[in-house]
Design a protein around this ligand. Structure first.
Ligand code: A3P
Length: 330
């Protein structure tokens, strides 16, 4: 594939070589972690289905009242989504057994790691909401396009894959998490899902670095002063969620009361989210790939030996050179 022109995204997508696939397999990659393509600029790996969807994702039409949030996987995506949904939710007396049933939120890249067989609930939903729509044209993007109300749109893709109009059109919240905890969280996630059988330390290289962690975070960090981008750290949210919610409230110009922010804080605590009966969150908590594991900052201390930690520090120093970012590690 060469550089693409016109309305197509300027991203190039290449297959990886058989040798690289064999090397990744030898390093413990399994299932969809082996079905990847290399993209540029950035030189990192993405699920291979991205090739077919990249221009659709790039050309997605945002609306001025959209709230978009962007995270690298395992950085608090489900938490951020629930915070935003609960902030937007005007129902002040919801069913106490449920956190939020508000339907205007979409994880737009969701299908990249899904097996969307005919009859899959998301395919059924697409058929119902958008009769005649094709799965190949993106499931969540079409569902989101058909949604009439205010939308909360989540992406794991780096900002440069989201088209040139995003930041000129709507508000974007970026949540970053320190690379040591992302490493531990991703290790458990993929190990539990049997998509990774390697060791913890190799995750840094093979799941973070090859997955574009540094590219993802550095792009957002460079834009942190843009008036439509709000950069947050998972560790700050753990440390003082109410303080972070106040900042988010100002950024999003929601004008929520202190009482409402306290409600958001309570409803989105780790324990409440894990325990809720809400269908979508219960799904996120199901089975070996649960999105609610420990939910703390600094869990890496229970995982890395002191030698491993030294090597992680050296790796982080090398990779974050020139970025001027200070991660918090607890
Ligand atoms: P751990 O594996 O370290 O526990 P994502 O949603 O991006 O996949 O991120 C998952 C991580 O966010 C998991 O981290 C999970 O426990 C944590 N998490 C989920 N909900 C949370 C909450 N309400 N508060 C704090 N952490 C939360």
């Amino acid at each position: 594939m060469g550089v693409i022109k016109g309305n197509e995204s300027p991203i190039t997508v290449e297959d990886i070589s058989e040798e690289e696939t064999a090397m990744r397999e030898a390093r413990g990659m399994r299932r969809y972690n082996l079905k990847v393509v290399r993209i540029n600029p950035g030189n990192y790996l993405m699920p291979s289905l991205y090739r077919q969807l990249k221009d659709i994702y790039y050309n997605f039409e945002y609306r001025s009242d959209d709230i978009v949030f962007v995270t690298f996987p395992k950085s608090g995506t489900v938490w951020t989504r629930e915070i935003l949904r609960t902030m937007i939710d005007t129902n002040d007396t919801p069913d106490p057994t449920k956190i939020n049933n508000w339907g205007g939120s979409f994880m737009l890249h969701k299908e990249l790691r899904q097996n969307l067989y005919p009859g899959h609930p998301d395919v059924e939903m697409l058929n119902k909401v958008c009769p005649g729509a094709r799965v190949e044209d993106g499931v969540q993007v079409q569902l989101a396009a058909a949604f009439k109300g205010r939308r909360i749109l989540g992406w794991h893709l780096a900002l440069d894959l989201l088209g040139p109009h995003l930041l000129n059109t709507c508000k974007v919240v970026y949540v970053a998490r320190n690379p040591k905890d992302v490493c531990v969280s991703i290790y458990h996630f993929f190990t539990n899902k049997k998509s990774y059988e390697g060791n913890l330390e190799d995750c840094a290289r093979f799941l973070l670095e090859d997955g574009g962690y540094w590219e993802h975070i550095s792009q957002a960090w460079r834009l942190k002063d843009h008036h439509n981008l709000h950069f947050m750290f998972y560790e700050d949210m753990k440390d003082d969620l109410l303080g972070q919610l106040r900042k988010l409230n100002d950024f999003l110009k929601l004008d929520l009361s202190e009482q409402k922010l306290k409600t958001v804080m309570e409803r989105t605590s780790f324990d409440n989210m894990k325990a809720t009966n809400n269908l979508e969150l219960a799904k996120a908590n199901k089975g070996p790939g649960s999105h609610f594991r420990r939910g703390v900052a600094g869990d890496w201390k229970n995982a890395f030996t002191s030698d491993q930690n030294k090597r992680m520090d050296a790796w982080i120093k090398e990779k974050s050179q020139g970025m001027d970012i200070k991660f918090k590690y607890e």
